[in-house]
Design a binder for this molecule. Structure first.
Ligand code: SAM
Length: 186
């Protein structure tokens, strides 16, 4: 299979190229770009959006874009907003608000405007948007369905030893999961 990844930060992109070099795979490629430019790279069979959706301020529009660029399926590994405040929650989030017609919470990223050098230093943050919107889980499931994926699943095997390693606590404090949308109809 051909695989193609997008990463906006130079230092992280350099790591992508190092992975490509070590893997020795001629059909693995990367672009240094803002993921919002995804349509310029054409259509994909499957899109894996890992650790990125929660760094975007318009996740519903982005999931819609994924629906336009992925023929068969989308796999989204992401945080989502909890409905209720939980003492074990590890993130500082806004109260529940509506954005893009979805309930969720805002996550503060940074207060940098137009300074690429400063943005480059925040290796694990958003790019130009200073805050990101985290829909609640139900809103994410609905956005995936509305994007044209008629089968929507939550995937649990990423948790590993579910009973043995306190993963349920981690799931509550981290409110992160893997969602899968599959298009079974043309
Ligand atoms: C939290 S890290 C996750 C890294 C990795 N994907 C993972 O799941 O472990 C977020 C990554 O997304 C990149 N990123 C954030 N906003 C982006 C955007 N608009 N376009 C492309 N990459 C972006 C960051 O530079 C960073 O490498």
């Amino acid at each position: 299979m051909d695989a193609f990844g997008i990463e906006v930060r130079q230092s992280n992109f350099d790591n992508c190229l190092e992975v490509k070099r070590r893997a020795g795979l001629a059909n693995l490629d990367f672009a240094k770009d803002d993921v919002l430019n995804l349509p310029k790279y054409g259509m994909f069979d499957v899109i894996f959006c890992c650790g990125l959706l929660y760094h975007l301020d318009n996740p519903r529009a982005f999931i819609k874009m994924l629906g336009q660029q992925a023929r068969d399926a989308v796999i989204i590994n992401t945080h989502y907003a909890p409905w209720d405040w939980h003492p074990k929650t590890v993130f500082t989030l806004s109260p529940i608000e509506q954005h893009e017609g979805l309930p969720g919470r805002w996550y503060f990223e940074h207060d940098i405007t137009g300074n690429t050098e400063a943005l480059e230093k925040l290796k694990w943050a958003s790019w130009e948007n200073q805050r990101s919107f985290w829909p609640v889980k139900e809103a994410l499931l609905q956005a995936i369905a509305e994007a044209g994926f008629n089968v929507v699943l939550e995937q649990y095997d990423v948790l590993g030893d579910i009973l043995g390693n306190g993963t349920s606590d981690e799931t509550i404090s981290n409110h992160r999961s893997v969602f899968v949308g599959i298009r079974t109809k043309a």
